[in-house]
Design a protein around this ligand. Structure first.
Ligand code: PEP
Ligand code: MN
Length: 364
């Protein structure tokens, strides 16, 4: 069981309007000029966005790229707040950033993916936040390590940060793939099930890396029951100094948000409940049968292990495993089950079998 986090519900943070669907944080990747910051904010405010983002300090892969405007940008965010009434937030990566944000009255901060991955920085940030009341959103670490993400949340929570939430922006991979960052939704789902009360945002901009993917990722987030979106928006995306390909004009963001189908967490309708209960009862029986089948399989696998041991034969027989997996993939395809699904399931089964046979070999 995960250690519970002490949390203040997001509706009590005083930043968003009453229970919006979804919660939206929007604004440019980077604050570039006072005009760009204000014009974008006006465009977003015009259709009801309440929380504005803009990066001031930008962690860039290569030196020499635009690394953010620095503290000057905080004064521009103050202006956004004063003129539009929006709450304003930015990314922080060390204690000095926190002190500057507090000095300029920022309403929230977020931790970037590269920083979440660094426990030293997370501790420094947590220490700097002691005694403050500023909400903090923590992006997933760049690598798909749920414990690193949880560790960052724990450090903040231990320092007294209770207005705490997360942003899922996907994970870096060595191989190039369709999205800029691999979604790894299973990690988001795992975190959600461990901390159901933790406010959850998705970041389709950094996950997709392109305007073309924003809609499908946003809809997927809604389908999974994620309650918030952080999306980059720029008054003139094509000339943006960072992440130009993934930013949307405010009016296009409005269109995107209006097109989303929002799912309810639950339905109180009696007929729905009856059907769901009935289907879940069937799933429970199938799951019990699955366990029984896996147990029977494992018993036979152990017998094979005994024979191998008696006959001094090695456990791993690659040809047999390959033909078994190929057969499973073929039957799976006929049953409409994907190759990836069958491969994942059989890999897990095979791994457990090999381990059981290994233990038999080790006896005596
Ligand atoms: C950002 O939100 O501008 C940003 C740099 O994101 P990430 O940490 O997800 O790369
Ligand atoms: Mn960005």
């Amino acid at each position: 069981m995960a250690k519970p986090l002490e949390l203040i519900p997001i509706k009590d943070w005083g930043l968003f309007s009453e229970d919006p669907k979804p919660y939206v944080i929007a604004g440019p990747c980077s604050a570039e000029t006072e005009e760009q910051v204000l014009e974008t904010a006006r465009g977003l405010r015009a259709f009801g966005i309440n929380v504005y983002r803009a990066g001031i300090w930008k962690p860039r892969t290569h030196p020499g790229n635009f690394e953010g405007i620095g503290t000057d940008g905080l004064a521009w965010l103050q202006k956004v707040k004063k003129e539009t009434g929006m709450a304003v937030c930015t990314e922080v990566a060390n204690a000095k950033h926190i002190f500057d944000c507090i000095k300029y009255g920022l309403d929230m901060v977020w931790i970037g993916a590269r920083t979440t991955a660094n426990p030293f920085l997370m501790q420094e940030i947590a220490d700097a936040l002691k005694g403050t009341d500023i909400p903090v959103l923590v992006k997933n670490p760049v690598n798909p390590d749920i414990d690193l993400w949880i560790g960052a949340l724990e450090r903040l929570n231990l320092a007294g940060v209770k207005k705490l939430g997360v942003i899922h922006r996907g994970f870096s991979t060595a191989e190039k793939q369709e999205y800029r960052n691999a979604p790894g939704w299973q990690i988001a789902i795992e975190l959600r099930s461990r901390y159901p009360e933790l406010p959850f945002f998705a970041d389709p901009s950094h996950m997709g890396g392109s305007r073309a993917y924003l809609k499908e990722i946003s809809q997927k987030s809604m389908d999974l029951g994620i309650e918030g979106l952080m999306i980059e928006s720029h008054c003139n995306p094509d000339v943006a100094l960072s992440d130009a390909k993934q930013q949307l004009k405010p009016c296009d963001l409005q269109t995107l948000l209006e097109s989303l189908r929002i799912r309810e967490k639950e339905s109180a309708a009696a007929e729905y409940q009856k059907q769901i209960d009935h289907l879940r009862a069937q799933i429970d029986i199938i799951d019990e049968n699955l366990i029984y089948t896996l147990k029977s399989r494992m018993e036979i696998s152990k017998k094979i292990g005994e024979y191998k041991k008696q006959n001094n034969v090695a456990i791993l027989q690659t040809a047999r495993w390959e033909s078994l997996l190929a057969k499973a993939i073929e039957s799976g395809a006929k049953a409409g089950l994907s190759e990836k699904f069958i491969t994942d399931v059989f890999n897990a089964i095979h791994e457990a079998s090999v381990e059981a046979q290994n233990n038999i070999l080790k006896e005596d």
